[in-house]
Design a protein around this ligand. Structure first.
Ligand code: FAD
Length: 419
């Protein structure tokens, strides 16, 4: 049976859900959100950090590789060219800072709105993020960061050893101090996705769960709908690709071009509930540590190029545990509750892929959010809503258009394979 919508969103992680929520508030469009949860979907694997500055300056998931990459790090702090990949700490371009900071600024109001209007609390907590400094190399990188972001000086604070211990008494005596990012906070990531989804549902968005998009319909250069395995055909005026690590398939079906989104594996672990051990989130050269509102402590995360593999593996988990115990010695005596792995939707330059693609109508990207999709879901929802409703955007998305890549069309790739 055919169904007709103004907008079909393919992918119901935090990105698809945020877009659905923003579109739903206008109540002017008929919207369907189609999702089938695949192993490794990123939103439920996430730590929920809103680390707008921390992630923009490279102190996120890739930080665990600092030690291995220390030669690179030294070169980075000396201003030399470094071999940049996702596992090498580096500072992202100004366009990303703007994207991340604008998104971050939306959370207090979004939190109130979803609680007041929809009864959904995604546990927004003002925590700050402290980069814990153990040695000269850490300090050098922290100084390098501060030098790179003079415009954010009011959001950065140095803590000496005494100040760090006063703020976080459980942190190891080995720590010499910290660099704190004052505007970096946290949420519960799955509650955030649930809140967007429930808000959208209450506002009239139709939800199709356990429903796989298997193909895209066209009329000439226009996308006109999707085929699903379980619920037949959905006709639409606009298709939004929010398929996370699987977005390249959808873009190929829609446009003939595989956008360069690929899965980047992250392993993470969770402790049992503990009395309050931390007042804020911490990141170190080995791992990050965040105590959630229910007392559980999240310890993350690795950055691995392993395709769609979502196994958890001993050396990586052991590395995270060692890093966490080094930072918070009390963790040596507690129980682990769970470990898991998720697939970040990575892009070659670590920037998201947003908006239209040349030569195709009725299709918009909303993917490639890599390690900050929870943080940047808020602004992504706003941007896609404004694109659909043909309104001025709060920021320039040119740096995020797919056309920035020299994308090899699926046809060209196939021709190369055949040759
Ligand atoms: C270990 C780890 C820790 C992280 N920590 C943080 C953090 O602290 N802060 C932060 O901001 N970000 C963090 N991230 C990144 C963040 O989780 C992702 O950027 C974000 O969740 C991406 O959301 P998404 O909606 O694009 O993808 P997903 O959440 O993966 O959602 C995509 C959905 O689309 C579905 N789908 C795909 N193809 C189809 C299809 N053909 N038909 C139907 N459904 C389909 C998938 O199954 C999935 O449900 C972390 C990620 C990991 C793995």
């Amino acid at each position: 049976m055919s169904k007709f919508y103004d907008v079909v969103i393919a992918g119901g992680g935090v990105i698809g859900a945020s877009i659905a929520y923003q579109l739903s508030k206008r109540k002017n469009l008929k919207v369907a959100l189609i999702d089938a949860k695949r192993p490794g979907n990123a939103t439920r694997a996430s730590a929920g950090g809103l680390w707008a500055i921390g992630e923009s300056v490279g102190l996120g998931c890739g930080v665990i590789f600092f030690r291995m990459m220390s030669a690179n790090r030294k070169r980075a702090t000396q201003g030399a060219a470094v071999a940049v990949d996702a596992s090498t700490p580096h500072i992202l371009p100004p366009s990303f800072f703007e994207f991340a900071l604008q998104s971050n600024a939306l959370y207090p109001a979004l939190h109130r709105e979803l609680v007041d209007n929809h009864g959904m609390d995604f546990k927004f907590e003002k925590t700050g993020l402290k980069f814990v400094i153990y040695d000269d190399e850490d300090r050098l990188y922290a100084e390098h960061i501060v030098g790179c972001i003079p415009h954010l000086a009011d959001q950065v604070r140095w803590l000496d050893q005494a100040a760090l211990r006063a703020a976080e008494p459980s942190v190891s005596h080995e720590a010499r101090g910290a660099l704190e990012f004052l505007c970096d906070h946290q949420v519960s990531p799955f509650r955030l996705a649930d809140a967007y989804t429930e808000g959208a549902r209450q506002n009239g968005v139709e939800m199709f769960v356990n429903t796989n998009v298997t193909g895209v319909l066209h009329h000439g250069t226009r996308v006109t709908g999707v085929q699903t395995a379980e619920a037949g055909v959905f006709h639409c005026k606009t298709l939004i690709n929010a398929a996370g690590a699987w977005a390249a398939d959808l873009s190929e079906w829609a446009t003939g071009v595989r956008i360069p989104v690929k899965p980047v594996k992250g392993q993470i672990l969770l402790t049992e509930r503990l009395p309050k051990l931390l007042n804020g989130c911490l990141t170190t050269s080995d791992c990050y540590v965040a105590q959630k509102d229910n007392g559980e402590i999240l310890i993350g995360s690795t950055t691995e190029d392993k395709g769609f593999d979502v196994s958890t593996t001993w050396p990586e988990i052991a590395g995270l545990v060692q890093g966490a115990v080094r930072c918070l010695p009390e963790l040596a005596d507690i129980n682990l509750k769970r470990t898991w792995a998720g697939l970040r939707p990575g892009s070659p330059d670590e920037l998201p892929i947003l908006g239209p693609m040349r030569g195709v109508e009725g299709y918009l990207n909303a993917c490639g959010h890599f390690r900050t999709g929870v943080l940047t879901s808020a602004i992504t929802g706003v941007l896609l809503d404004k694109l659909i409703n043909d309104e001025a955007l709060p920021l320039d998305i040119t740096p995020f258009l797919a056309d920035r890549f020299e994308v090899a069309s699926a046809k060209e790739e196939r021709a190369l394979e055949i040759a």
